[in-house]
Design a protein around this ligand. Structure first.
Ligand code: G3P
Ligand code: MG
Length: 247
């Protein structure tokens, strides 16, 4: 039956690295992507207090490190003292919050495609974040064509469209709005949505527009079997290994 068919690794994107197998958004987690035979990885990028782009999801440090406080108020030198792995397992105690530059070096080494989520919160300086990302990309060995910028922030996507139009863009939505086509020019490659809220009608509408459709973050391959039928191109998942060997 459909739900027991293994999925091609080309149709999977590791979420925050492979977050089910290693601490999210660390180099150890990103290393699992290539080890599993995938070619796409998603990570989140934000700025430190001193304006360095780092790969980290939350506003605050407490869930994923042994530090306290707010990422944007923490300088890189202090951030890099923190243990970003023990929250997952003692085996990963050496993991640090990686700079975007370090992540790009690994992406290049592993010949991956990077889904780089511009992670914004209410007080994020969007221009500063995007400019720092552009600078980092321009000095990294990664070919721009291996990178897809994604964001829930339409302002961040507008900034990227206007300032760096050559970078591919994807809009992130929890639920694709009925009027999504009004934002069509903010995406060049794909629309990304929460798999729980996708309907067959919305899937068709996105696919008919010529964009690809990717869903986050389904971790049980059996629950999303119908979504492949609707034309979803890729699942962004913490647990890609479950899709590769379904039984
Ligand atoms: O890119 C999909 C997904 O990462 C968006 O949500 O909160 O996991 O960054 P979040
Ligand atoms: Mg993300």
């Amino acid at each position: 039956v459909l739900s027991s068919t293994p999925v091609s690794p080309q149709k999977l994107c590791g979420h925050r690295g492979v977050a089910a197998q290693a601490p999210e958004n660390t180099l150890a987690s990103i290393a699992r992507v290539r080890e599993l035979g995938l070619s796409w990885v998603e990570v989140d990028v934000q700025l430190t207090q001193d304006g360095i782009p780092v790969v980290f999801h939350d506003q605050t440090l407490s869930r994923c490190t042994n530090g306290k406080g707010v990422l944007k108020d923490t300088a890189l030198v202090d951030l890099q003292q923190l243990d970003a792995g023990s929250h997952f397992s003692a085996d990963f105690a050496q993991q640090r919050v990686p700079t975007l530059a370090a992540v790009l070096a690994q992406v290049h080494h592993d010949e991956l495609h990077l889904n780089l989520e511009i992670k914004t919160y209410a007080d994020t300086d969007i221009a500063a974040l995007c400019d720092a990302v552009f600078d980092c990309l321009s000095t990294s060995p990664v070919n721009e064509r291996q990178v897809l910028i994604s964001s829930f922030s339409l302002d961040a996507l507008r900034y990227c469209r206007d300032q760096k139009p050559s970078l591919a863009r994807a809009i992130l939505w929890e639920t694709i709005p009925d009027n999504w086509h009004e934002f069509r020019d903010l995406a060049t490659l794909s629309i990304h949505c929460n798999y729980r809220h996708l309907t067959q009608e919305k899937a068709k509408s996105v696919k008919d527009s010529g964009l690809a459709l990717k869903c986050y973050t389904p971790n049980d391959p059996h629950t999303v079997a119908p979504l492949w039928e609707w034309g979803v191109d890729m699942m962004i998942t913490d647990a890609p290994e479950r899709y590769l060997s379904i039984s």
